[in-house]
Ligand binder design. Structure first.
Ligand SMILES: Cc1cc2nc3c(=O)[nH]c(=O)nc-3n(C[C@H](O)[C@H](O)[C@H](O)COP(=O)(O)OP(=O)(O)OC[C@H]3O[C@@H](n4cnc5c(N)ncnc54)[C@H](O)[C@@H]3O)c2cc1C
Length: 469
């Protein structure tokens, strides 16, 4: 006898909500979908719930559609808004728009899809926290909630997304309980209610540092902002945005040894520099091939990449709109933003100040600075054993999920999105996507890759529902 299948999606950020949208759009038979979300606003997640419109997307509008088969979807939506209607579509496509505008787009997309779905597709969004999963004999899964009654699902999707950053190791780990420490850099509290006296330390020197600096300035902060990172690489701008470079892609093969690939990339960077063009277009041209390249590297090469090239790649890949970059440069020239390269060694508190000690790699000396606040901008933690997400920790302890070999996320069969348990088997009814696949795919954290996964996973789920009828 056939009965309505129930898909429970844990996490209602981009991945969870757009997977649900794809399910709603493509379901051919009755279906029940429950999205359980807690800890962040539904659909927006931390990424698209910015506290200011000055936090911009780091991907141009042309590449931010929620649907891989309708690439103009986002730009058309923007163009349809009164405040953007006067701009040419071509121009809008090339802009880096506010992240909270993108959040509005996702909300609208959700509502439009809900309004047009089949009436026998039931969708519920539950505000609750999933604490555990229990595998049942008939292959279904009991989803335990913090406050509500358990749900019984035929299929479960772990769309748990971004965790808070890891606390860097320091001698006095107890400091991290202090109210002067802000582990969540995406919350407005991290930049508000500062005292008139005293500087601020930002740990990290990437795009989140830039967001935080923007937030601090908006709050009227006038004192010094220190940024400390192990490599001290400065953030780079999109200097030659809009130029398409195809030379490198033509030379890519199915399998490369890591350093041979680096050699080829460098050769192409040198080639474009002769024309006065920055490395940006060469780096961007790798994006469609990044997952394939990553998969073709050996485990040893991936480890080499992580230990020697990861930070360099991060700087080359995650760039800023030029005018934001100019602001950062001006702050550095004015002496308000001071970027240090080094290793954080300790943080202690004295009466009215926080003393930060670090080894300055450039000066080759131990230094300390006095600040009123420390903000962690080192980026989301992905390891399932180190994450603050209790559900992932629990599932890992029970062996229902396991780490990928690089311990960057969840071990998964990337063709079917099924998680692989401690014994090396995939249960067949628990799936994951997004950041959780970082160790397996590397390039799996932003919309251009996530929208493809949402679509593919919804197809896998609908096929499974059909097969299990
Ligand atoms: C600050 C920032 C800026 C970014 N900017 C861009 C950009 O400009 N362009 C781009 O393409 N990408 C950007 N990204 C990448 C971005 O993360 C992804 O595009 C996308 O938002 C990730 O969505 P997600 O659903 O995987 O995770 P999230 O948005 O993190 O959503 C996961 C949700 O699941 C919830 N959750 C977790 N565990 C449970 C549980 N056990 N029970 C219930 N709920 C749970 C979480 O609280 C959260 O609400 C940015 C990321 C960040 C952090």
């Amino acid at each position: 006898m056939s009965y309505t299948k129930h898909i429970v999606i844990i996490g209602g950020g981009f991945c969870g909500s757009i997977t649900a949208v794809n399910l709603m759009k493509n379901a051919n038979s009755p279906l029940k979908i429950t999205v359980v979300n807690s800890g962040g606003p539904f659909i927006l997640g931390v990424a698209f719930n910015s506290y200011t419109s000055n936090h911009l997307l780091n991907v141009a509008a042309a590449n931010m559609s929620a649907f891989p088969d309708d690439m103009a979807h986002y730009v058309n939506w923007v163009k349809g808004k009164k405040e953007y209607s006067e701009y040419e579509t071509e121009l809008l496509s090339k802009t880096f728009l506010p992240r909270n505008l993108f959040g509005e787009y996702l909300r609208d997309t959700w509502e439009t899809t809900m309004a047009s779905k089949r009436s026998d597709v039931e969708v519920n969004v539950v505000e609750d926290y999933v604490t555990d999963l229990e595998l049942m004999q008939n292959n279904s899964v009991k989803v335990l909630l913090k406050s509500g009654s358990p749900l019984i699902a035929n299929y479960v999707v772990l769309a748990t997304g971004n965790s808070l950053p890891r606390n860097p190791h320091i001698a006095n780990m107890g400091y991290y309980a202090s109210p002067t420490y802000f582990r969540n850099p995406w919350n407005i509290n991290s930049v508000s209610n500062l005292k008139p006296e005293g500087d601020v330390l930002i740990i990290g020197n990437g795009l989140t540092m830039v967001d935080t600096v923007t937030g601090l300035l908006e709050q009227g902060f006038k004192n010094k902002i220190y940024s400390l990172s192990t490599h001290g690489f400065g953030v780079l701008p999109h200097r030659h945005f809009g130029i398409t470079y195809t030379g490198l892609a033509k030379e890519l093969q199915t399998r490369y040894e890591l350093y041979r690939l680096v050699g080829i990339v460098n050769k192409h960077i040198k080639k474009v520099r002769k024309l006065g063009i920055s490395a940006g277009p060469v780096i961007d041209s790798l994006r469609p091939y990044s997952q394939r390249i990553w998969e073709s590297l050996t485990l040893e090469e991936k480890k080499k990449f992580l230990s020697r090239l990861r930070h360099l790649w991060g700087v080359a890949r995650h760039r800023l709109p030029v005018f934001v970059y100019d602001l950062i440069q001006k702050l550095r020239l004015d002496g308000q933003l001071i970027v240090h390269e080094g290793k954080l060694t300790n943080i202690t508190e004295q009466e009215n100040e926080v003393i930060v000690s670090f080894y300055n790699s450039k000066e080759k000396d131990n230094e300390s600075i006095s600040v009123q606040r420390v903000i962690n901008c080192t980026g989301p933690e992905t390891s399932i054993f180190k994450t603050l997400n209790p559900l992932l920790k629990k599932l890992a302890e029970k062996g229902i999920i396991s780490s990928d070999p690089l311990e960057l996320g969840i071990n998964t069969d990337i063709k079917t999105f099924k998680v692989i348990n401690k014994e090396g088997d995939s249960f067949g009814n628990i799936f994951t996507l997004g950041t959780n696949l970082k160790g397996l795919l590397w390039e799996t954290i932003a919309v251009p890759e996530l929208r493809i996964q949402c679509k593919q996973l919804s197809k896998v789920l609908l096929e499974a529902c059909e097969k299990d009828k």
